[in-house]
Design a binder for this molecule. Structure first.
Ligand SMILES: [Zn+2]
Ligand SMILES: [Zn+2]
Length: 146
């Protein structure tokens, strides 16, 4: 099941880059692959650290630029956090996040009722709503136990 999703994501990744005339380089593929197997929403810096061990030739700059390109194309998601560093997500289907303010761990969750939430009138008439994403902040159980 998980493999199917990963395969489908890879196909989309390949298709999107090709149609838009971007080369499918080993580096881009490596960045994308590393992010899709990560489930901790790494920052660009953390991702670079992991990739650097496997591919010492890969530059920090390439990692940052690739992430920006993929996020712009909707192939990955930039997670909105209150931290200075952006965090990235290999999952691009709509889902929500819970973020711990202490350990900064980010967890995914699905909650279909969020789509049905009625927004204030001025927001409904503001334009077209394309997605409703929930970000919840708090202190996780592990941090509370410390
Ligand atoms: Zn925590
Ligand atoms: Zn996520």
């Amino acid at each position: 099941m998980k493999n199917d999703r990963v395969q489908e994501q890879f196909n989309r990744f390949e298709r999107t880059l090709r149609t838009e005339g971007h080369k499918l380089t080993t580096q881009r593929l490596a960045v994308y692959r590393e992010l899709t197997v990560a489930d901790d929403h790494p920052s660009a810096e953390a991702l670079f650290g992991r990739l650097h061990k496997k591919l010492p030739m890969l530059s920090r700059n390439t990692v940052y630029r690739t992430l920006a390109l993929l996020a712009k194309r909707g192939l990955i998601t930039k997670v909105e956090t209150v931290e200075n560093q952006s965090r990235f997500d290999g999952r691009c289907e709509p889902h929500h996040h819970v973020i711990c303010n202490r350990c900064h761990k980010i967890i995914d969750f699905h909650c279909p009722p969020v789509n049905e939430v009625l927004l204030p009138k001025e927001i409904e008439s503001w334009g077209t709503i394309e997605s409703k994403i929930l970000v919840i902040y708090g202190i996780c159980g592990k941090c509370l136990d410390k």
